[in-house]
Ligand binder design. Structure first.
Ligand code: PMP
Length: 295
């Protein structure tokens, strides 16, 4: 087993030495932000998009990231290099940092920055061919004026409650609605449906994270001439869709074969989902930041 180097506030430390204070407000209150990023054959996929989203989340919650954007990018690349990984997953976390037991973020003057690089456990290829079973859950998406789902914050309890319901139903991913009953997203994936050759995904105001994979799929649809619309839809539309799939950094593009005991299409990955996965996998090694062949 290779040594695993974790970036922690300017140093590279071994996993067992990577520790932060129990007074960190990320731990005490979920006060912080994060990104999950994939490395494909030495390419940090959509590096810029992930860093843009990180800095946007930070601005929204008034969190000062102690590294400038370009510095963060260099550190990200260096952490992957140090771990000598060509394929894997990066978890980039910026928490408010240690403070006192009160909520006030002004008492946490120094954010913690952590970068973990690991191998990734992914769905078996069989799941991409046959699709996942999924269910809708009663937990509703956070409303945007309480905690905007566009902020990729460390407060994931809403998503964890969905994951618990998915676990209880014996499925890996579930569908979450917003408070108006429109489909929002999965516990940690965006959702798409296809009806009569048109691809639909909920607009972000329905409670979806601005997923990087979601954006990549919208871009691919435009490039290859498949109509794709950001439009609100309901569970009924999901049940009667020809194809349904989830997107996410870890899941990529994964078909759904069953929703709440309704079979979707032919009960396996449909032709458009299959095409989109193929097109997606064709860009993952090139669209991003190279780790190994830069100076
Ligand atoms: N929605 C949520 C709630 C997420 O946490 C994620 C990230 N796993 C996604 C959607 C997918 O976003 P991305 O494609 O950027 O990974």
């Amino acid at each position: 087993m290779m040594a695993q180097w974790i970036y922690l506030n300017g140093s590279y430390v071994q996993k067992e030495n990577a520790m932060i204070s129990v007074y960190d407000h990320g731990f005490l209150y979920g006060d912080g932000i994060f990104e999950g990023i994939r490395i494909y054959n030495g390419n940090i996929f959509k590096c810029k998009e992930h860093l843009d989203r990180l800095y946007d989340s930070a601005k929204s919650i008034m969190l000062d990231i102690p590294l400038a954007y370009e510095e963060m990018k260099s550190v990200l690349i260096e952490t992957v290099r140090k771990n000598e990984l060509r394929d894997g997953y990066i978890r980039l976390v910026v928490s408010r940092g240690p403070g006192d037991l009160g909520l006030d973020p002004r008492r946490s003057p120094k954010a913690n920055v952590v970068i973990i690089v690991e191998q990734l456990a992914i769905y078996p290829e069989e799941a991409y061919l046959n699709g996942l079973k999924t269910v809708s859950v009663s937990t509703r998406r956070n409303i945007p004026d309480a905690l905007n789902p566009k902020i990729k914050s460390l407060n994931y309890l809403n998503n964890i409650l969905v994951k618990i319901q998915a676990n209880l139903a014996g499925v890996g991913e579930a569908i979450m609605l917003n408070s108006q009953g429109f489909v929002a997203e999965g516990s940690s994936d965006n959702i798409f449906i296809i009806k009569r050759g048109i691809v639909f995904t909920p607009p972000c105001y329905c409670g979806a994270l601005e997923g990087i994979t979601r954006a990549a799929i919208i871009e691919i649809c435009q490039k290859i001439g498949i109509p794709c619309k950001e439009e609100p839809f309901t569970l009924h539309d999901v049940y009667v869709a020809d194809e349904v799939f989830f997107t996410g950094t870890a899941a990529e593009v994964i078909a759904v074969r069953e929703v709440d005991a309704r079979t979707i299409g032919e009960g396996k990955a449909g032709p458009i989902t299959t095409r989109l996965l193929k097109e997606f996998r064709a860009v993952v090694e090139v669209d991003g930041a190279k780790v190994y062949d830069i100076n």
